[in-house]
Write a protein that binds this ligand. Structure first.
Ligand SMILES: [Mg+2]
Length: 164
């Protein structure tokens, strides 16, 4: 089954920062890849992030987010980088139950007529416990670990090409 939805974690996956919960808003844009908080601490997109998002969009593959963090912080950063509109039903909630977030995401998509099987979903996260929890709770979602180094996100496209 071809992958029709890619779900990205934020901290240490979509961007290099390990936990934006520790940052002080307001954020300001530094450049197309980077924002900084009120203290000048930077959040930089992972290598290849924009290229991945654009490539997925060109291919007609849905993109979403699943982050255990504060929604106001995450969306402030995404807005400054001009990325918010790439994501369908992004899930940014302050609890570690990513299986529940992704189950809710799939239910919302199904309610709009986009019914996806777990095998059609690729979830990318740096935390192997999260990957396992989602496989246990949602079903045989395909997973990719964005570690030990922050992944060059263009590698996600290689996974799609191998599996589709
Ligand atoms: Mg993470």
């Amino acid at each position: 089954m071809a992958i029709r939805l890619v779900i990205l974690d934020c901290d240490r996956t979509l961007w290099e920062h390990e936990d934006v919960f520790t940052l002080q808003p307001p954020f300001t844009r530094v450049d197309g890849q980077t924002v900084q908080d009120a203290q000048g601490e930077k959040v930089r997109l992972a290598p290849g992030a924009r290229e991945l998002l654009d490539a997925l969009r060109r291919r007609g593959i849905l993109i979403s987010l699943c982050s255990w963090n504060r929604a106001d912080l995450v969306f402030a950063i995404l807005d400054l980088l001009g990325l918010t509109q790439y994501f369908v039903h992004p899930k940014v909630e302050f609890h570690p139950h990513k299986d529940r977030m992704i189950t809710a995401l799939l239910a919302e998509l199904a309610g709009e007529g986009t019914v996806l099987q777990p095998e059609e979903v690729l979830f990318v996260d740096d935390n192997p416990m999260m990957l396992e929890q989602v496989r246990q709770g949602v079903g045989p979602v395909r997973t990719l670990r964005a570690q030990p180094d922050v992944l060059d996100l263009r590698n996600v496209l290689k996974v799609l090409d191998e599996q589709n």
